[in-house]
Design a binder for this molecule. Structure first.
Ligand SMILES: [Zn+2]
Length: 177
């Protein structure tokens, strides 16, 4: 690794540790030429992949944004950072194995919801309610009906949507509204 200060390739690793629950290796290096120290980060190469949004726009896959969304959904739930990291890694692995350069945002959302649903129902509902923006409210209601044993866990704002006659938590109603 060339030194960012003097540009010589004469470094020595002085410290190695993992962070981000073992998914990132951080190496502290010292330059044998100028004596300055610098740090490198190593992670499994995954997605240089682009995400196709609903409006057709392409954006780079953003792991941190996904993590933030998951952390909000898991707020005060019994879900550890390690579980969130594992979930993200699972989703990235799915993307890598099924897509070359582009993936629809819908695929990512559905995968996240699948894994989150296995972890925690409340976090699932929170994530789904943000992710789906009620664009397909009746499909969402159907999923909720299947996921939730306790209707009290359906957030208040979902139970009281203005156009609510169609948002009955029944499996029969799958038409888009
Ligand atoms: Zn140097």
């Amino acid at each position: 690794m060339r030194c960012p200060f003097c540009h010589q390739d004469n470094d020595k690793v002085v410290d190695t540790r993992t962070s981000d629950d073992g998914f990132v290796v951080r190496r502290r290096r010292t330059c044998g030429t100028c004596g300055k120290r610098f740090t490198t980060y190593e992670r499994v190469e995954t997605t240089q992949i682009r995400v196709i949004k609903r409006n057709g726009q392409r954006v780079p896959f953003d792991r941190e944004k996904l993590r933030q969304g998951l952390e909000r959904a898991c707020w005060k739930r019994q879900i550890s950072d390690a579980q969130i990291s594992t979930l993200i890694a699972q989703v990235e692995s799915d993307i890598d194995s099924m897509f070359e350069t582009e993936v629809e945002s819908q695929f990512i959302g559905e995968r996240v919801m699948q894994y989150l649903g296995e972890l925690d129902q409340v976090a699932f509902v929170r994530f789904a309610s943000v992710y789906r923006h009620f664009q397909d409210a009746s499909d969402f209601a159907k999923d909720l009906g299947e996921m939730l044993e306790d209707p009290d866990e359906i957030p208040y704002h979902l139970k009281h949507l203005k156009h609510s006659p169609k948002l009955r938590f029944s499996k029969a109603n799958t038409k888009r509204i």
